[in-house]
Ligand binder design. Structure first.
Ligand SMILES: [Zn+2]
Length: 391
């Protein structure tokens, strides 16, 4: 988008317009543009903002008055100017006026929650054991954790972001999450009703990719692979999250790798990516191989072989995706002791050998620096994006 929010070229917009642009849309777009500029750049004067956004000084001043009235923007003193004259007043997002509440429901046995700052820093965190709860009991556990985290907030809450396993549609209905025993669970609507706060529910891997984009310095085209009890992916193209026709984009865990069968998967097929790569599968395979090894050196070699094969399988699955979308940035999220080493090395090597070197030669694959807070931070990005239009 250009500074005025209009698409620069036909490449920047969807092919077929679906609605006319109304004056209120333009105002909202400009308001978002000012907030986004402040969110990323920090301290700015009204003149800086006008220059940066391409909006007129009058429009900027008008929007700033509105945003200050909502306590979203504050004045933070004056800039020392080298030349004599009236010093410029510096503005910023009022970063301490609001907090965000996030939940991560992707843990197999434990749900996590946190209060975050508008900059995505975890201010306090808590958790609740799922203790095998499913269906309505799992919902009750989520509601209990949410109440705990809300009570821990020390400023007005901008909104609640939740990363859930399974298929989540645009209305925040969890269509299917086997681990929680949910089918068509209207989680977003129920929790919104319960708390009176704006709530956003997204798939956990989709939340994770947003965290990487906002806080991990990732580019606008990015594939994130989240390895845990299952395997999922989050995809960002041109800075937009891709959800898919049935909201299952990135659900690569039960795609079969290759034609040589492989380990039996919980879904009934053989050789699913998850059967090669999920944390329980890798841990069990390494445990068995280590127990059967005659010497420590044998155990180390067997472990390396298992991780290399898992990485190779991941590379085989990703190669056509990387080739088709010309992706250059892949991020892994999960236990570093499993992913960061022989596994990721094998994935990169497989990707390079299976795609066109001229197009993917500078492909990078790295571990996320977001650690285990990645879903919590990504859920916070959902709230920032929905409530303020910033990320
Ligand atoms: Zn499967």
């Amino acid at each position: 988008m250009t500074a005025t929010g209009a698409p620069r070229t036909i490449q920047d917009r969807a092919l077929r317009p679906t609605a006319k642009v109304l004056p209120e849309h333009i105002r909202l777009n400009n308001r978002t543009l000012v907030l986004q500029t402040l969110y990323r750049a920090g301290l700015q004067s009204r003149a800086d903002l006008a220059r940066e956004t391409g909006l007129t000084r009058v429009t900027v001043s008008d929007l700033i008055s509105e945003l200050m009235g909502e306590n979203l923007v504050i004045e933070l003193g004056q800039r020392q100017e080298p030349r004599p004259g009236k010093p410029a007043t510096l503005l910023d997002i009022n970063r301490s006026a609001f907090q965000i509440v996030s939940l991560d429901l992707s843990g197999h046995t434990r749900l996590r929650g946190a209060v975050l700052s508008l900059d995505g820093a975890v201010l306090s965190s808590s958790g609740l054991d799922l203790a095998g709860a499913r269906g309505e009991a799992a919902y009750d556990t989520v509601a209990e954790l949410l109440a705990q985290v809300i009570a821990a907030a020390t400023a007005p809450i901008l909104g609640v972001g939740i990363g859930s396993p399974g298929i989540v549609d645009r209305a925040g209905v969890v269509r299917n999450a086997p681990n929680l025993g949910w089918r068509d669970q209207p989680l977003q609507a129920r929790l919104q009703e319960l708390t009176g706060l704006p709530v956003r529910v997204v798939n956990d891997a989709n939340a994770a990719v947003l965290a990487e984009h906002s806080f991990g310095g990732a580019d606008h085209d990015l594939l994130l692979i989240k390895v845990g009890h299952g395997v999922g992916a989050g995809l960002l193209i041109g800075g937009r999250a891709i959800f898919g026709e049935r909201f299952a984009a990135g659900e690569i865990g039960h795609v079969v790798v290759g034609t040589d069968d492989g380990p039996l998967c919980a879904c009934g097929k053989s050789g699913c990516l998850e059967a090669w790569l999920s944390v329980p599968r890798l841990t069990a395979a390494i445990h068995d191989a280590t127990a059967a090894a005659a010497t420590p050196a044998d155990a180390e070699r067997a472990t390396s072989d298992i991780l290399t094969e898992a990485g190779r399988r991941l590379g085989i699955i990703l190669a056509p995706v990387v080739g088709a979308l010309n992706l250059l940035e892949i991020v892994l999220s999960g236990p570093p002791e499993l992913l960061d080493g022989a596994l990721s090395a094998a994935t990169v090597e497989t990707l390079r050998s299976r795609t066109m070197a001229t197009e993917t030669g500078d492909l990078t694959l790295r571990m996320t620096a977001q650690g285990e807070d990645i879903v919590l931070r990504g859920a916070a990005v959902m709230v920032l994006s929905a409530q303020l239009g910033v990320s």
